[in-house]
Design a protein around this ligand. Structure first.
Ligand SMILES: C[S@@+](CC[C@H](N)C(=O)[O-])C[C@H]1O[C@@H](n2cnc3c(N)ncnc32)[C@H](O)[C@@H]1O
Length: 391
């Protein structure tokens, strides 16, 4: 769906695009987005051939040495990609080297957007031993930590914090700062942290497509935050936009986002949920809920130098993203053949490299503060029918 008028905010896909299922209302950003200004000089010359296909997308398997016998390392393989083994089948993106390279490249994009910052919540993290609480640490939980790159950077830059990362996949490095630890765990389970282990800050990034019942998820976050602790969700819209008619002229990209969205809904964990976090936080009882949206060009076609740099990275990242997001969902749910998947992926990547198209992605930073009253007052999670999988 294109976003042709400057007055139209980055919208959630319409009900029409999703068939006849009821759609939560689109959330409007606080500020009207300003159209990205095109650098006319960029249009000269051939399309960006971006070496993403060769330089960044490698299907090499990660080979761990040592005598690891746990079944969490007995990975699943499909369509030439490697998937997690613990709770196999719950999450549809791979965890192989190519995916880890994508996540680490996207980490750079997230940070570049924030001019180097790792979070947007107004946190006060004091030196080690000086934070309120029994051990003087500022306790952070990173949900779905992936390669652990965000948690490691946080621990490095804030020695007064202790950072726990959890993920279904044990793909984090062994050598990490001493104030950082990782666990293989499923955050859709009932959380078992004790009352004395409540967190000051709970962070999740790029978790679209990983949760079947978001109100329950936010209920757990709220119960495990200290009074006045912050939650932050950093999420991209699993959709594409344009200020001109580019999206309308990108048939492969249109097919891609629409099919991924419908497949993820059928699977039960919708990918395109970024626009709903703000309301989910409000519904869970968080206060001072705030959302900031960054619109990032795919390709270096804008005038603005920072956006030009971001666009260059995003063009590579989005091509890697196609290879990660597409095979499992489209073969398992929409019965695409491997050849059909390949044809679609090549078409989308070609459109991402086209100098004739000005496609845009949207990244959201949503924060909310737990009430200062004890979390025992938190409302019961909303019924599952309100979860995104059911919309
Ligand atoms: C798109 S990745 C994002 C990784 C990381 N947050 C980042 O921004 O680089 C989503 C991560 O969530 C993890 N995940 C999915 N479902 C999960 C679950 N139920 N419990 C724990 N981790 C989960 C996946 O294994 C994957 O590493």
């Amino acid at each position: 769906m294109s976003n042709p008028t400057p007055t139209a905010a980055v919208p959630a896909p319409s009900a029409e695009e999703h068939g006849d299922r009821q759609e939560p209302p689109a959330r409007q950003p606080e500020a009207t987005p300003v159209p990205l200004e095109v650098d006319l000089a960029h249009a000269d010359g051939p399309d960006d051939d971006g070496d993403a296909d060769s330089a960044y997308v490698s299907d090499d398997e990660s080979r761990r040495t040592g005598s690891i016998t746990s079944s969490i390392y007995t990975y699943e393989y499909e369509n030439g990609r490697r998937y997690h083994a613990y709770r196999a089948g719950q999450y549809v993106l791979p965890n192989d080297d190519a995916e880890q390279e994508r996540l680490d490249l996207q980490h750079h994009i997230w940070r570049l957007m924030l001019r180097g910052a790792l979070f947007t919540a107004p946190l006060t993290i004091l030196p080690a031993g000086e934070n309120p609480g029994p051990d003087g640490d500022f306790r952070i939980l990173d949900l779905g930590c992936g390669t652990g790159i965000w948690a490691i950077d946080m621990a490095d830059e804030y020695p007064g914090a202790t950072v726990s990362g959890i993920d279904l996949s044990p793909i984090q490095p062994d050598w990490v700062p001493e104030n950082c630890q990782f666990h293989v765990d499923d955050y859709e389970d009932e959380w078992t942290y004790r009352d004395s282990e409540k967190f000051d800050y709970i962070h999740g990034r790029a978790l679209g497509g990983t949760v079947g019942d978001w109100p329950r998820f936010y209920g757990q976050i709220r119960r495990h935050l200290k009074p006045s602790g912050w939650v932050e969700m950093q999420e991209y819209d699993a959709w594409l936009f344009s200020d001109d008619d580019s999206f309308d002229r990108a048939p492969h990209s249109q097919e891609w986002v629409k099919k991924l969205d419908s497949a993820s809904r059928t699977f039960g964990k919708q990918l395109n949920v970024a626009a709903f976090h703000k309301q989910w936080m409000i519904d869970a009882g968080f206060e001072d809920v705030h959302e900031v949206i960054h619109r990032i060009p795919i390709g270096p076609w804008t005038q603005d130098p920072l956006l030009k740099e971001l666009g260059r990275f995003e063009q590579v990242h989005m091509q890697m993203s196609v290879a990660s997001h597409t095979p499992a969902l489209l073969t398992r749910v929409h019965s695409y053949t491997p050849d059909q998947v390949q044809t679609l992926m090549e078409g989308v990547k070609r459109e991402f490299r086209s100098k004739d198209l000005h496609l845009i992605t949207a990244y959201r930073f949503i924060i909310g503060r737990a009430p200062s009253a004890p979390a025992a007052a938190a409302p019961a999670p909303a019924p599952a029918a309100a979860a995104p999988a059911a919309v």
